[in-house]
Design a protein around this ligand. Structure first.
Ligand SMILES: Nc1ncnc2c1ncn2[C@@H]1O[C@H](COP(=O)(O)OP(=O)(O)O)[C@@H](O)[C@H]1O
Ligand SMILES: [Mg+2]
Length: 334
C-alpha cells in the first residue's frame, strides 16, 4: 500500500470511527480513482496536453487564460550555460522540468547577481550548481518515465501577500481544484513551508488547506497527512484563510475542461498580485490527499455529477461553478 494511503487510512479512521461510516462518507482510493474515473473519463490521446508543461501553457493561453511568463526553454546539454544570459533581466525565476510532477526538480531562485544565485531560504548556490540542476533535468532525472526532458524557465509569480500573509512560508501557495466533467468538485490551497523549499507540493512537505467550495474559506488543514491547526513556520492560524477572487478562480478551473477535454483533472492555479488567477499546470492523475485536507470523500460529489442528465447544450463554466458552489458546500462541523 502506498505510504500516503496507509497514513490517510489511519487518519480517516480516526475521523470516522467505523469502516461502514468510512464508506458512507465516500472516501475514494487509488484503484477506484484509476479504474472508475481516470481511465473512463480521460482519453489517452489528451494526456500529452497536460503531461508537458509547455504544451499546457500554450493551450491555456489559446483559451484566454493567463499563465506565468515563459522566460525561455533549454533543450540540449550543450546550451545549459545559456541560462545565465537568459535570466539576466529577470530578478527572480523558476526552473522546472517540462514533464516533472510533485514539485520534483523545481528550483526557485529569488535573486541573483554575478553568477551567485539565492534560493527563497537565503541559501546561496553557484552558477555551476544551477547548470548541474538543468543538466539533471534534461537527463530526465525528475521527469515522467525518466526520459530526456527540457527545462522550462518561468518568471517567479508574485503572490497576493496581503491575503496570504503568514499562510505560506518562502514560496507561492497554489490552489488545487479537482474538476470533473467541467464541474469543480473539491478544492484546497497548498502552502509552502521551510521543508518544501518554495514549492507548494504536499509531497515536499507543504500544508494542504481544504477549502469550502461555496466560499473559499478554510475547512481544515494537513501536513504529511496529519491534521494541523497552525502553519508550522509562521504560526498563523490556518482556519483564518479565505481565498479571494473565488468565483474567478473556480471559473478558470472549470474552463480547463474546454481546454483539454479531460474529464477528471487536477487544476493548479496561483493568484498573482497584479495579474489575478493564473493556470500553473493541469494534472491528469491528481492525488487523493485533497480528501484528507477537506475531511470529506470525493465519491459523493463525483456521483452527483454523474447523475446529472446530459443537457442539449452543455452548461458554461460560470453555470457549472454556480452548481458546484450550491451543491458542494462544506458540511457543517460539530
Ligand atoms: N512560476 C512560478 N513562480 C513561483 N512559484 C512557482 C512557479 N512555478 C512553480 N512554482 C512553485 O512550485 C510548485 C509546483 O509547480 P508546478 O508547476 O505545479 O509543478 P509540479 O508538476 O511539480 O507540481 C507550485 O505549486 C509553486 O509553489
Ligand atoms: Mg503542481
Amino acid at each position: 500500500m502506498a505510504s500516503w494511503l496507509s497514513s490517510a487510512a489511519a487518519f480517516v479512521s480516526s475521523l470516522f470511527s467505523t469502516s461502514r461510516q468510512l464508506n458512507l462518507n465516500g472516501v475514494m482510493g487509488m484503484n477506484k480513482r484509476n479504474g472508475a474515473y481516470i481511465s473512463r473519463y480521460n482519453p489517452r490521446s489528451k494526456y500529452p496536453l497536460v503531461d508537458d508543461k509547455l504544451k499546457t501553457k500554450i493551450i491555456a493561453q489559446q483559451h484566454g487564460a493567463t499563465v506565468p511568463i515563459l522566460i525561455g526553454v533549454i533543450e540540449h546539454q550543450a546550451e545549459v550555460k545559456r541560462i545565465h544570459k537568459l535570466v539576466q533581466k529577470w530578478q527572480s525565476f523558476v526552473i522546472k522540468p517540462a514533464r516533472g510532477s510533485g514539485g520534483k526538480g523545481i528550483l526557485v531562485i529569488s535573486a541573483h547577481n554575478n553568477g551567485v544565485y539565492e534560493k527563497p531560504s537565503g541559501q546561496v548556490i553557484t552558477s555551476k550548481d544551477v547548470e548541474r540542476h538543468i543538466s539533471n533535468a534534461l537527463a530526465g532525472l525528475f521527469s515522467l518515465g525518466g526520459k530526456n526532458d527540457v527545462a522550462v524557465i518561468e518568471n517567479l509569480i508574485k503572490f497576493d501577500d496581503v491575503a496570504f500573509s503568514g499562510f505560506s512560508f518562502e514560496g507561492v501557495p497554489d490552489i488545487r481544484v479537482i474538476v470533473f466533467k467541467g464541474y469543480p468538485v473539491m478544492a484546497m490551497m497548498r502552502c509552502s513551508t521551510a521543508v518544501s523549499e518554495g514549492k507548494a507540493n504536499l509531497h515536499q512537505g507543504a500544508v494542504g488547506v481544504g477549502l469550502d467550495l461555496a466560499t473559499g474559506k478554510a475547512v481544515r488543514a494537513v501536513q504529511f497527512n496529519q491534521p494541523i491547526t497552525h502553519h508550522p513556520d509562521t504560526g498563523r492560524l490556518l482556519s483564518e484563510l479565505v481565498v479571494p477572487n473565488w468565483q474567478a478562480l473556480l471559473e478558470l478551473a472549470a474552463s480547463a475542461w474546454e481546454m483539454t477535454g479531460l474529464g477528471y483533472m487536477g487544476t493548479d492555479m496561483v493568484l498573482d498580485k497584479d495579474e489575478g488567477p493564473m493556470v500553473l499546470e493541469l494534472n491528469a492523475r491528481p492525488g487523493l490527499t485533497i480528501q484528507i485536507a477537506n475531511g470529506e470523500g470525493l465519491l459523493p460529489r463525483l456521483q452527483n455529477i454523474e447523475r446529472l442528465a446530459t443537457p442539449i447544450k452543455y452548461p458554461e463554466p460560470a453555470e457549472r461553478v454556480a452548481y458546484a458552489r450550491q451543491h458542494f458546500a462544506a458540511q457543517p462541523r460539530l
